[in-house]
Design a protein around this ligand. Structure first.
Ligand code: CA
Length: 507
């Protein structure tokens, strides 16, 4: 007995030290940021030095796929480790059931301090956090009211800066420094309607941003769904998107800055009376520049967080992740927005730095997904045993260490539900492998098949082409297998009968 006690006393400091060494997690997350607007992913249109730093000192994932390409649903999948049909958050019209299990709750019970700061967008209040200060709904770009642990607060300034100020404040004074922490630091930017901050209002003035090759796509190689959407730069950007009107609720000083940057150009536009392709080009420039200005502000602020970690000796024991809730169209196919199973909206950026675990400057091309984030965070925190058996994702901690498990997924299931809804993208599901993608728009019973090797930007569906009959049959079988494995309800018709979303609803 005495021996045992002595032994315990001897190892106690080691046990305590071991506990103190559990890694912190800083999960940086934005809304609607395409990997192709990050220079670490080879952007041809902007530079993101601080995001690039995370990639240079860590790992870039080139095949991170979203299960349902839209804001709220992606967040719900990340929290719960489950597909939308099981966590109940299928569309932005839903309300998240915070009673269900989520990874933050498990981390909290495992001795982690947990905080959620910034965009939440799940309607119900955050659960599983020691501290939260979140935007209300979408939240505005300027002067945001927020909910601090459920109590309303009001801030003046640019939202991307404010969310960072709050995160730094919590890191510095808000947390228990003796405990490991998990911080969800989540921006509204660069979500529609892309209002830049005061520092970037005139960035890119006098510069022409390169256009994507498919800006003038006519969708001739695709089906009804692509031809009936409402997300074209040509037609569907509003005066609000194009900043022909100043935003509401600016302070007089903010309004002055805004008018100085945008006012005279509005006049120039009206006088020029552009038409046809010239007008599309003008709209593209107007849209993409504001989008990239919003990204520039996020990047600056990420730099502030990285600097804080450096200055406070936190860098070496902190996993830093940068990601965004889905992919996005930067004018490819003539589109803005997301929603589709097509590659541009399917691929999420995912960059991770963890000194001593992740090899600097490495890349990974395994099919990982937002459904894997929850189990990965638990695995990283050393509580893999607490990953609930009904989580559908899988930890990619082995990938962080440069390994791919032999039985890693070779196919991926996707399902989008929000129709009728903003941008009129038809409900669809499908399966993607490394080489092919099969999509079924089940409300109109149309199929599409893409050969991702021969046609990586998916311009021409090969469905029905006899040359592709064999692969089509294989993929249909795999689709059925995945739906069964993931417990997708056979009857999706009740969702089809949902009340139409209000017109012009933002998401
Ligand atoms: Ca989003």
């Amino acid at each position: 007995m005495l021996k045992r006690l002595l032994f315990l006393l001897l190892i106690l400091p080691a046990l305590l030290a071991g506990k103190a060494q559990r890694p912190n997690i800083v999960f940086m997350f934005t809304d609607d940021h395409s990997p192709l607007a990050i220079s670490a992913y080879g952007s041809k249109i902007n530079k993101t030095p601080h995001m690039d730093r995370i990639a240079r000192e860590g790992m870039r994932f080139d095949n991170c796929l979203v299960t349902n390409s839209i804001c709220g649903p992606s967040r719900a999948v990340i929290l719960t480790g489950k597909y939308s049909h099981l966590n109940g958050f299928l569309t932005n019209g839903n309300r998240f059931d915070g009673e269900q299990q989520n990874f933050a709750k498990i981390l909290q019970k495992s001795g982690y301090q947990t905080a959620m700061i910034g965009k939440w967008h799940l309607k119900s209040q955050p659960t599983g956090f020691d501290y939260s200060e979140v935007l209300i709904g979408q939240g505005p770009y300027y002067n945001p009211p927020m909910l601090k642990n459920g109590e309303r607060t009001q801030h003046t300034g640019y939202t991307t800066d404010i969310i960072t100020d709050l995160a730094l404040d919590w890191l510095d004074k808000g947390r228990d420094q003796k405990k490991p922490f998990m911080l969800m630091y989540q921006h509204k930017a660069p979500h529609r309607n892309w209002q830049p901050g005061p520092k970037h209002l005139t960035m890119y003035d006098g510069i022409t941003i390169p256009e994507p090759d498919s800006l003038f796509d006519d969708y001739s190689g695709r089906g009804t769904a692509a031809r009936t959407q409402r997300m074209e730069i040509k037609r569907d950007l509003s005066p609000n998107d194009l900043k022909l009107n100043a935003p509401r609720n600016l302070t007089p000083e903010q309004l002055k800055l805004w008018n100085a940057a945008y006012g005279p150009k509005n006049e120039a536009f009206k006088k020029a009376n552009l038409q046809g392709d010239d007008l599309i080009r003008w709209k593209y420039q107007r849209y993409i520049k504001d989008y990239l200005r919003c990204v520039a502000s996020v990047d600056d602020n990420i730099g502030r967080i990285l600097d804080y970690l450096d200055a406070n000796d936190l860098t070496s024991n902190t996993l830093v992740i940068y990601s965004s809730d889905q992919g996005w169209f930067l004018g490819e196919n003539g589109w803005f927005d997301k929603r589709w199973f097509y590659e541009y909206s399917l691929r999420m950026p995912l960059i991770a730095r963890w000194p001593g675990v992740i090899r600097p400057g490495s890349t990974n091309s395994d099919m990982v997904s937002n459904v894997d984030f929850a189990p990965t965070f638990l695995d990283v925190a050393g509580v893999a045993k607490k990953i609930p058996t009904d989580f559908q994702g899988r930890s990619f901690l082995p990938q962080f260490k440069g390994e791919t498990p032999d039985d890693w997924r070779k196919s991926f299931y996707y399902h989008y539900y929000e129709f009728p809804g903003a941008h009129s993208v038809r409900r669809h599901y499908g399966v993607r492998t490394e080489t092919h993608k099969l999509i079924r728009f089940y409300g109109i019973d149309e199929w599409e098949l893409y050969d991702l090797k021969a046609d990586p930007t998916e311009r021409t569906s090969r469905y029905g082409d006899p040359k592709y009959a064999e692969i089509t049959a294989k993929l249909k079988k795999e689709l059925t297998r995945l739906q069964k494995e993931l417990k997708v309800p056979e009857d999706t018709r009740p969702i089809q009968r949902r009340k139409p979303a209000p017109k012009n609803k933002k998401s």
